[in-house]
Design a protein around this ligand. Structure first.
Ligand code: NAD
Length: 364
């Protein structure tokens, strides 16, 4: 029996190409992993009639670790998103996105080393929404009129923003524990507590309480989200681990990915208690499907995060170093690394993975 069994979900769009590249790179490290393949998304819908078969949920539940390619969210199907459903089904409440500069990746900055810890289950993303002109919306508008002095225009749609003590406490604790485990010096809580006193204000209050438990071990500070955006662009070196409610976490993840060269190199992990799913930040980029063109690095670096999670530290370091060396040499890299996107020296997805695998073999 293999030391680790991991659920492997190729995804759709560019998913199967970048997932296969990441899988080959992980296998090249020699770690004893069995990949249990199941799939979800539009290709699965065509074959099985469902976007998210139970076999996927069962496999993740059994193996407790999964790596997943991006999956398209069908427009107008009534199904919110396979990605959101997977996170919900397994209560993967922490989305972790390290944003790190690598030599050879074109970017305005060269010394970024930030980690975004985003709450994954609450906030405006909870999916509690009331559509314009529906009876429930009219009832809610009436109730709010009775309960508070504010009025909401009758022609409104409404999205609800719940933030709980429970949800905040566990994400902030997660951020501090992550900081401790990864030798990080500081956690910054990001919010808009000055305006949304009962949601973001609660987030900040609970974050301050949790921070007290880590006094003397990890520093703590807080920033208002708009100021945080400006600070990240002007002096990103001042920050380390950022912990945020869901919506700000979503937005700042992309901002920070932009600081280090974009979506092609932004890995991610969705983590719950004793269960984790690793995936790139980017989506399924359907226009590139089957073209062997896109950058596999975000998936490969997600594989590095998975190896770290599995405590295969040496394999993780080798794979990260091999990837960094290929970036630095700038030869066997995909079009998005090049100044001119039509540069004929750019290689394909699988050729970039081959170059990384060759480096892994040398470093082993
Ligand atoms: P996207 O990330 O798929 O693509 C946006 C653009 O970014 C692409 O056109 C491409 O130019 C570039 N890009 C993305 N990945 C790249 C890579 N690996 N290498 C080089 N360039 C890359 O975002 P989108 O177009 O907004 O979303 C497409 C679909 O993906 C949607 O259905 C969306 O819901 C879904 N999505 C899925 C996930 C997920 O599975 N976790 C995440 C985000 C979006």
């Amino acid at each position: 029996m293999a030391k680790h069994t991991v659920t492997y979900i190729p995804g759709d769009g560019i998913g199967p190409e970048v997932s296969a590249a990441a899988r080959r790179c992980i296998e090249a490290t020699g770690v004893d992993i069995k990949f249990e393949e199941v799939n979800a998304g539009s290709d699965t819908l065509e074959k099985t009639g469902t976007l998210l078969p139970d076999s996927v949920l069962d496999s993740i539940r059994k193996n407790k670790v999964a790596i997943k390619g991006p999956i398209t969210t069908p427009v107008g199907s009534g199904f919110r998103s396979v990605n959101v459903a997977l996170r919900r089904a397994h209560d993967l409440y922490a989305c972790v996105r390290p944003c790190k500069s690598y030599a050879g990746v074109r970017s305005r900055y060269n010394d970024i080393d930030l980690v975004i810890v985003r709450e994954n289950t609450e906030d405006l993303y909870a999916g509690i929404e009331f559509e314009i002109n529906k009876p429930a919306t009219a009832e809610l508008i009436g109730t709010i009129k009775n309960l508070s002095k504010s009025t909401i225009r009758d022609d409104s749609g409404i999205s609800i923003k719940p933030i709980s003590v429970f949800g905040t406490r566990r994400i902030v604790k997660f951020a501090f524990e992550y900081a401790l485990a990864h030798n990080r010096r500081k956690v910054t809580a990001v919010h808009k507590a000055n305006i949304m006193k009962f949601t973001d204000g609660l987030f900040l209050q609970v974050a301050r309480e949790v921070a007290k438990e880590y006094e003397g071990k990890v520093e703590f500070e807080d920033r208002i989200v708009d100021n945080m955006c400006m600070q990240l662009v002007q002096k990103p070196e001042l920050y380390d681990v950022l912990v945020l409610p869901n919506l700000y976490g979503d937005i700042l993840s992309d901002l920070c990915a932009g600081l280090v060269g974009g979506l092609g190199v932004a890995p991610g992990a969705n983590i719950g208690d004793g269960i984790a799913l690793f995936e790139a930040t980017h989506g399924s980029a359907p226009k590139y499907k089957g073209k062997n063109k896109v950058n596999p690095s975000a998936m490969i670096l997600s594989g590095v995060l998975m190896l770290e999670y599995l405590k295969e530290t040496k394999a993780a370091r080798i794979l990260e170093q091999a990837t960094a060396e290929v970036f630095k040499e700038g030869k066997a890299v995909t079009y998005d690394f090049k100044e001119d996107r039509d540069d004929p020296t750019a290689v394909g997805t699988s050729e970039m993975a081959d170059a990384i695998i060759a480096k892994v073999k040398k470093l082993k």
